[in-house]
Design a protein around this ligand. Structure first.
Ligand code: BTN
Length: 237
């Protein structure tokens, strides 16, 4: 991928033709002390990792697979907000292409229920590695994946480089602000906002907002419950 328009990234990006997992490489670099905002990206990822030990497949040359090392100034007990911040940065980027993305808590990004982006966050000492996989120019997905891409949604060939630059800029800006601002904006873009959901425990309730550290707050018949685990809720019915 050519990286000519990303002047702000000069000295803060490492691009590979092929790499196992950008998160693994970014973790190594985080330990070596790369600065805030350092990006590792690849045209082809051969061992992409998803949440809960799953695999992330991105089509060589068409998907965007990257990891960003961040060193937020937020106190550690507020780092739970990094997840929503990353989802928000991607969702806001996609609105620039005329789409209407939704954030499935904490950070999957969906277009009309179909997944367009997955995010895997790992903490490494005083840094966090934000791994972002965005479907950009893929034209086909196995039906069981329920996925879509920027290209499929817009009918155009989209520049992965522009997507990268926009997500990177928005992410770093949001991390410089306050989590409360992230909360407000992420709530506006949240999928299942106010909807009835079922928790892993079987309890039912309505999504009402976020907790102090970005947890999902659900109002049951008699109390407010906070969910901190991704995949901890499903839509009722
Ligand atoms: C998920 O939805 O389960 C998260 C998927 C995260 C995939 C990205 S692609 C770039 C980065 N490198 C990885 O190995 N995983 C993340």
């Amino acid at each position: 991928m050519e990286l000519h328009i990303l002047a702000g990234l000069r000295g803060r990006i490492e691009w590979h033709d092929t790499l196992g997992s950008t998160n693994d490489r970014a973790r190594e670099l985080a330990i070596q002390g790369v600065p805030n905002g350092f990006v590792v990206g690849t045209d082809a990822q051969t061992a992409g990792r998803g949440r809960k030990g799953s695999t992330w497949l991105s089509e060589p040359g068409n998907g965007l697979a990257m990891s960003i090392v961040v060193r937020p100034s937020w106190p550690l007990e507020r780092w739970g907000w990094i997840s929503l911040t990353a989802g928000l940065a991607v969702a806001e980027t996609l609105t620039e292409w005329g789409l209407a993305p939704k954030i499935k808590w904490p950070n999957d990004v969906l277009i009309e229920g179909r997944k367009i982006c997955g995010i895997l966050i790992e903490t490494v000492g005083t840094a966090a590695v934000i791994g972002i996989g965005i479907n950009v120019n893929e034209r086909e997905f196995p039906p069981d994946l329920n996925a879509t891409s920027l290209g499929l949604e817009t009918g155009e060939i989209c520049s992965r480089e522009s997507v990268l630059g926009e997500v990177w800029t928005r992410l770093l800006e949001r991390l410089e602000g306050e989590p409360e601002v992230v909360a407000e904006r992420a709530w506006e873009l949240l999928a299942w906002r106010g909807e009835e959901v079922v928790m892993a425990s079987g309890q039912q309730g309505r999504i009402r907002g976020f907790g102090e550290n970005g947890e999902l707050t659900i109002e049951t018949e008699d109390k407010l419950v906070r969910i901190a685990e991704a995949d901890g809720v499903r839509l009722r019915g």
